[in-house]
Design a protein around this ligand. Structure first.
Ligand code: ADP
Ligand code: G3P
Length: 498
């Protein structure tokens, strides 16, 4: 039996999972690490904590699987995307804490770029928008504010990377500085149509091209780990950003397949095949992970900043529940939200609205409203935001003469909530499908690594491994679903107004 180790470096924890060749989980280890909030709107991680927590879970998962490193066929890496790490390529020393994707400090840099008229070329070349979410503005902030970063750049010693590159650098003992197309496509510097760093754009953004990693396909032999780290060298043969890896792990290998991950935020991706389709409805275009021989693949993506995090707010902010798992029972204790609408725009609104100024809003309260109605409205807000993404995707797809999505594949921590999944199906009017293996992110990374090392011949062999655990069929009449969406849109307008 062949085994693959997937390293899943997420925003709040590092996880390592050993899979066998049937895609079954053999062992898993997880470790949380520090979230650092130096100022409101800023979020940082310590790059050494990222690496050490990841390395520790890799050793632990191997031990729990009862395997030695030499018995592994390959390692696949998947990671929180956009998060920006800078280090000295001569000494290997990090030059600053990692600036996390959620961090909004580069807003001023983005507005200056917008004022300089860069937005149209950024959109056209990278498929993204000028938003501090993406890496380039974070790198520029580091160059502008941290003398050590600027000096390293002047000496040609600066290395920039997203978290995949940083882990690969550590795993290979500083021998390999590389990334994959999916991570590169989240930096604002990658040219989707040409496939590679966009030198003219990198120059226009005032960034040093020699600091960038080499870009390779996601299923590729990136390098071998240093023998002493795990006990034997192991090929690193797959790398992808976590949302693209999840699409791959959901057997999203070709056009028309859509998945939504319900974690802290929600990330919906729809595969568009070999076509890098531009969105005219507030989504971004991104590289999808591809199997060897498939050629470049793309997806439309929408990100919701506050998804499952609204349940954390019910727990920690409102103290309405003491554990996230209690939210379903509280919400089900009332037949509906009683007219309450909750827009959790705590940090502004992401796709498809893109409004940094919007703030959390609860409307429709009456004398009869209780905390149960608010909890129900909070859960519903996750589904409303996701429905707005799917609506935008359908509009884009139909405008390009394509087919609407026929079902939504789901995963992530909040996808265990049956009430939420049923409401999602009701709003969308299409089935919502939850697979048996919900660790789709790590599975996708394992698939990419296994495909590059001959564990599987091609995506056809993997499509057969995808199994449905539960299918939620829509039951709400479409007219009622439309009315509810209209009320949601109205509540969003109120959140955006103030
Ligand atoms: N039963 C539940 N119902 C709704 N949300 C839940 C439930 N259990 C966990 N969550 C939410 O899921 C999120 C965690 O999901 P996870 O996929 O681990 O997130 P991440 O990868 O972003 O850290 C948290 O925001 C939590 O509030
Ligand atoms: O680490 P996660 O699962 O919260 O995912 C973060 C995303 O990749 C950010 O774009």
């Amino acid at each position: 039996m062949s085994h693959i180790l997937a390293l899943d470096q997420g925003t709040s924890s590092s996880r390592s999972i050993v899979f066998d060749e049937r895609g079954h989980i053999v062992a898993m280890a997880q470790r949380e690490f520090r979230q650092i909030y130096p100022q409101p709107g800023w979020v940082e991680h310590d790059p050494m904590e990222i690496w050490e927590s990841q390395w520790a879970t890799a050793r632990q998962a191997l031990a729990e699987a009862g395997l030695e490193a030499r018995q592994l066929r390959a390692i696949g890496i998947t990671n929180q995307r956009e998060t920006t790490v800078v280090w000295n390529r001569r000494t290997g020393e990090p030059l600053h804490r990692a600036i996390v994707w959620q961090d909004r400090r580069a807003e001023g840099i983005c507005s200056a770029w917008r004022e300089a008229g860069l937005e149209p070329q950024v959109r056209q070349r990278t498929g993204l928008r000028l938003d501090p979410y993406f890496s380039a503005s974070k790198l520029r902030w580091l160059l502008d504010h941290v003398p050590a970063v600027r000096e390293a750049a002047t000496r040609g010693e600066l290395a920039f990377g997203t978290v995949d590159s940083w882990l690969l650098w550590q795993l290979t003992g500083g021998r390999v500085h590389a990334t994959d197309v999916t991570n590169a496509s989240r930096t604002l510097m990658y040219n989707l149509a040409q496939g590679g760093w966009d030198e003219a754009l990198v120059q226009a953004l005032g960034l040093p091209p020699e600091a960038l990693p080499e870009v390779h396909p996601s299923s590729h032999l990136f390098g071998e780990t240093e023998a002493h780290l795990l006990g034997a060298p192991v090929p690193v043969a797959g790398m992808a950003g976590d949302q693209q890896a999840a699409l791959f792990g959901q057997a999203g290998f070709g056009p028309g397949i859509a998945k939504n991950t319900y974690g802290t935020g929600c990330f919906m991706l729809m595969h568009t095949g070999g076509l890098a389709q531009a969105s005219t409805h507030g989504l971004v275009t991104t590289a999808a992970a591809a199997a060897p021989g498939q050629g470049p693949q793309f997806a439309l993506e929408g990100s919701v900043f506050i998804g499952g995090a609204v349940v954390q707010w019910l727990r920690d902010g409102l103290r309405a529940i003491s554990a996230s798992s209690e939210v379903q029972a509280l919400a089900e204790s009332v037949p509906d939200a009683g007219g309450v609408m909750f827009v959790p725009a705590f940090t502004g609104l992401g796709a498809p609205y893109w409004d940094t100024e919007a703030r959390g809003t609860i409307v429709g309260l009456s004398r009869g409203s209780t905390v149960a109605h608010i909890a129900r409205a909070a859960l519903e807000s996750i589904a409303f935001q996701s429905a707005a993404l799917l609506q935008a995707m359908s509009q884009d797809v139909v405008a390009a003469g394509g087919e609407r999505v026929s079902e939504l594949r789901v995963d992530g921590g909040a996808s265990v909530n049956d009430l939420l999944m049923q409401f999602q199906a009701d709003l969308l009017g299409i089935p919502v499908v939850r697979p048996a293996v919900v660790e789709t992110t790590a599975l996708g990374a394992a698939y990419l690594a296994g495909l590059a090392t001959g564990v599987w011949d091609g995506p056809e062999a993997l499509a057969g491994q995808w199994r449905v655990e539960r299918r939620f069929e829509p039951t709400l009449p479409r007219e009622q679903a439309r009315e509810r969406m209209a009320r949601w849109d109205q509540a969003v307008r109120q959140a955006m107004a103030g």
